[in-house]
Design a protein around this ligand. Structure first.
Ligand SMILES: C[S@@+](CC[C@H](N)C(=O)[O-])C[C@H]1O[C@@H](n2cnc3c(N)ncnc32)[C@H](O)[C@@H]1O
Length: 232
């Protein structure tokens, strides 16, 4: 699915809905309080990439205007049901995070929960997210990340990577996502690392954090591809 073009909602897409429903329940049970704290300050327009079945919606403050970009159409019905259950207005689009279709500097925050492990090109995706964020806007993330280099776990993550990517929608167990965020020109504001809720050894550790798009003009990222403002 990831970045390769829009697939119809086939068996594989529906399998990921089933999987995500269970995975999200597990994460929310263990990390719900962290998510609530992390999302508490979100205001204005919040773009969530890869929202899946909508597990983040329950933790978002009511003041935030939520726009979601989810490529898997099979995720849309459960997400919309969740929004309805919560009485939340949402603007859900089908699309990939590397090509949001949003204008420059048009969102106040971007939210990514367990998505940057799966995008095909993290640098291009992060450049796009930086482009759509207003200066001073924040990227809020919860991601599983690579184990430290030189550890047995890191080696195991590399060994299982091909099969893991195939089985789990291009998920990379050994992605250095925090470094990629900083390389894309974001300033680190907060970062916590911790093992994570799953009993699966390859999907740890996790990072939860906030990174800011700097105010100053910088040559990194932000290709300034102005586009019409769909739905805004
Ligand atoms: C592991 S699930 C996480 C779902 C949700 N964010 C959560 O925390 O419960 C990954 C989600 O990212 C979506 N996804 C995969 N590649 C993507 C891409 N390139 N751009 C945006 N979303 C993507 C998948 O369809 C899926 O919904």
């Amino acid at each position: 699915m990831s970045d390769g073009g829009f697939a119809r909602a086939g068996t594989r897409q529906r399998f990921f809905v089933w999987l995500m429903t269970r995975l999200a329940a597990r994460y929310d049970h263990e990390l719900g309080e962290r998510k609530r704290d992390l999302f508490a300050g979100l205001r204005g327009t919040v773009l969530e990439i890869g929202p899946g079945t909508g597990s983040s919606l329950a933790f978002l403050p009511p003041q935030a205007r939520w726009v979601g970009l989810e490529p898997n159409p099979a995720m849309h019905p459960p997400l919309l049901r969740e929004a309805q259950r919560l009485g939340r207005e949402v603007e859900l689009r089908r699309g990939f995070a590397h090509d949001t279709g949003l204008p420059d500097a048009s969102v106040d925050a971007v939210l990514s929960s367990l998505v940057l492990c799966s995008v095909r090109d993290p640098a291009a995706t992060l450049a796009e997210l930086r482009r759509v964020l207003r200066p001073g806007g924040i990227l809020v993330y919860l991601e599983h990340i690579a184990a430290p280099r030189g550890t047995l776990l890191r080696r195991a993550q590399g060994l299982v990577r091909p099969a893991w990517r195939w089985a789990f929608d291009n998920c990379h167990p050994d992605r250095e996502t925090v470094e990629a965020i900083e390389d894309a020109g974001f300033e680190r504001v907060e970062l916590q690392r911790f093992a994570g809720p799953l009993p699966v050894p390859f999907i740890r550790p996790h990072a939860i954090g906030v990174a800011r798009r700097p105010h100053d003009a910088s040559p990194l990222g932000g290709s300034s591809r102005g586009r019409p403002a769909p739905g805004r």
